[in-house]
Design a protein around this ligand. Structure first.
Ligand code: SAM
Length: 296
């Protein structure tokens, strides 16, 4: 077992009878964004559990770190947890890294950390790069209250259901998105939350083609459609929370879904009458909802 040679008080306090799991963020594009502490820990651990060996080897080579690597990705996480826990219990110090950014944030590691807690193995997190937080702080949208929702579902039905469920979320919303689905997702957002919802598209953060562009979603979509390069690369969407002050419990997701679908084919009046009759609720509640949505 190698001891981590550190000036850090947390690490010095750890009694190394059993190993320590270090959670190490790595750059999301710009290699300068790795911390001194991350490099020191990566140089000293017995093993680095990495999502992609080739990717991590490239990173380590850049900093002249020669370490033993262990493959640990989404497809084998559950099986590999057992092996890693055995090594930690034998006294090995292990660093967990993902391809980019903070492990566990839409990256593998949750089950491993969970098991470490069950086995009383120390988990030491290092702060560092994370695309969601990097985008949020530059977005100009409120950052005091926010919710991180990871990737929007790939299938349209699941994506729309998720958007319906978040209809009244008043905190700033953070999504990761693939360039291939960006246009479909923005169209779904327009259909469900209306054309005025303000969105900041943060692309290629910390890289050469880094860009941040914010606009109401319908304008953002038009802007993207003018130049396909505007939807390329790695993407974070930072979305303004819902401003409507309507009671979230007053209308269920199903009711809003029905009303939205009927409104696409019928006049507002007819859509409301039918929705009220299908779900046995007052027409007035639906009118209030429809009006508040127009003002959003
Ligand atoms: N663990 C990572 C983190 O801390 O941000 C996220 C991993 S997730 C598998 C990868 C997604 O993060 C990308 O598809 C993209 O949505 C977002 N992302 C990663 N790097 C980015 C960057 N440089 N600019 C914008 N988004 C990025």
């Amino acid at each position: 077992m190698s001891l981590i040679n550190s000036n850090n008080s947390i690490e010095n306090k750890i009694i190394n009878y059993i190993g320590v799991l270090y959670i190490i963020p790595t750059p999301i594009g710009n290699l300068e964004d790795i911390t001194q502490r991350a490099l020191r820990v990566l140089s000293n651990v017995d093993l680095i559990a990495a999502e992609n060996i080739k990717h991590t080897r490239f990173l380590l080579k850049n900093f002249n770190i020669n370490a033993k690597l262990f493959v640990f990705h989404n497809y084998n996480e559950q099986q590999k947890v057992k092996l890693l826990i055995e090594k930690l219990l034998r006294g090995e110090n292990i660093a967990l890294v993902s391809n980019a950014g903070t492990p566990l944030i839409n990256d593998p590691g949750y089950h491993l950390v969970r098991r470490c807690h069950e086995e009383n193995i120390n988990v030491v997190p290092l702060p560092g790069a994370c695309a969601a937080i990097t985008a949020l702080v530059a977005s100009g949208l409120p950052s005091n209250r926010f919710c991180y929702e990871g990737f929007l579902p790939t299938k349209s039905k699941a994506r729309c259901d998720m958007l319906y469920n978040l209809s009244y979320e008043s905190r700033t919303l953070i999504f990761y998105e693939s360039p291939h689905r960006l246009i479909q997702s923005l169209n779904d957002i327009i259909n469900i939350w209306g054309p005025e919802r303000y969105i900041v598209l943060a692309r290629e953060l910390t890289k050469i083609w880094e860009s941040l562009y914010g606009a109401p979603v319908n304008e953002l979509l038009q802007w993207i459609l003018k130049d396909k390069n505007r939807s390329k690369g790695e993407i974070v969407l930072i979305i303004q929370g819902c401003k409507t002050n309507i009671n979230n419990n007053a209308l269920s997701v199903e009711v809003i879904h029905t009303l939205t679908l009927l409104q696409q084919e019928l006049s507002l009046k007819k859509a409301i009458t039918l929705t009220a009759s299908i779900h046995k609720i007052k027409k007035n509640t639906l009118y209030n909802y429809a009006i508040s949505k127009l003002n959003t």
